[in-house]
Design a protein around this ligand. Structure first.
Ligand code: GLY
Length: 301
């Protein structure tokens, strides 16, 4: 952990490229940087620590080793005594196809992950989620809620990159709709300490969610454009529309942020879910709309 630029420079020279720099505070998914040049790394450290580009979130930073592999999201709910895992999911953090461009708050997600073996899922549960719940108990923290572990699978082994105590965004938009549970009952069980009465939570279908964003996001973008086509999806049970950066005025929706909508396709298999999501996306228009065309690509390689 570094709180001044000299410390950060010393930490950086001990590493080999690529360099990983993270804001220690909450930065809405935009606090992690991976760069290949030392000069660039020092510039980011200076922007965070000296220019305070992310405000308080970046007043201390972490310099870490780069782990090569693929990322996934493991979420679980806990009543403070036991826990239940939710289906795994994958976010798509980069702005452009083929995981290029700047990091965003998430450009799409899908669940479950057919390419992840049952063995690895069991390891994530046994080595990460269960010890986390046990650790919270051992520290006397009565934590009831959602545990989010952002995991990197490196050489087949799972490493925790980050924890959150909330659902992932946009992961929640594909995980919650596919679980074979009544969420009201599940949350009630969490609050009343009776989660052990619940069985394993399974995926009853699959989901692919595509985020439609304002062109230019996550940097500068324009807002205030009318969104057309939403009414066409209103009665669909196999397509869900989640609003984020929208605003309603005189009965019409307008763009009002970076990420505007997440369109989720639901189907028995991911290929169909993806087709449904993209078909629905093509029926929605607003000026400068941008979305990735390759959500869920890792499930099909
Ligand atoms: N999808 C990343 C997050 O929710 O933090």
């Amino acid at each position: 952990m570094c709180s001044d630029l000299d410390e950060a420079k010393k930490a950086l020279v001990k590493r080999t490229p690529p360099y990983v720099i993270k804001a220690d505070g909450l930065a809405a998914g935009k606090g992690a940087f991976v760069v290949s040049e030392m000069k660039e790394a020092e510039k980011i450290a200076s922007e965070l620590l000296v220019e305070r580009r992310l405000g308080e979130a970046g007043q201390t930073i972490v310099v870490e080793d780069f782990l090569k592999g693929y990322e996934l999201t493991a979420m679980a709910v806990t009543d403070g005594k036991t826990y239940r895992m939710l289906p795994l999911s994958q976010d798509h953090k980069r702005a452009f196809d083929s995981d290029e461009g700047p990091n965003t708050g998430g450009m799409g997600a899908y669940s479950p992950l057919p390419q992840v073996s049952k063995l690895l899922i069991n390891r994530i549960e046994r080595e990460i989620i269960a010890p986390t719940v046990e650790g919270l108990k051992a520290e006397g923290r009565d934590f009831i809620g959602t545990i989010y572990a952002g995991i990197m699978v490196h050489d087949g082994d799972p490493y925790v990159l980050e924890y959150n105590v909330r659902f992932g965004d946009p992961e929640a938009q594909v995980v919650l709709p596919i679980c074979d549970v009544d969420w009201g009952d599940l949350f009630t069980a969490c609050c009343s300490g009776t989660l052990d009465e619940f069985g394993e939570i399974k995926a009853k279908t699959t989901a692919v969610g595509v985020v439609m964003a304002s062109g230019g996001y996550p940097d500068s973008y324009e807002m205030g454009y009318p969104i057309e086509g939403l009414e066409r999806l209103k009665d669909r049970e196999d397509v869900l529309v989640f609003h984020s950066g929208t605003k309603k005025a005189e009965g019409k929706f307008f763009t009002d942020g970076g990420r505007i909508l997440t369109i989720v396709g639901l189907a028995d298999d991911l290929r169909q879910a993806r087709e449904k999501a993209y078909h629905a996306v093509s029926s929605i228009t607003f000026r400068n709309a941008h979305y990735r065309r390759d959500i869920a690509w890792q499930a099909f390689v």
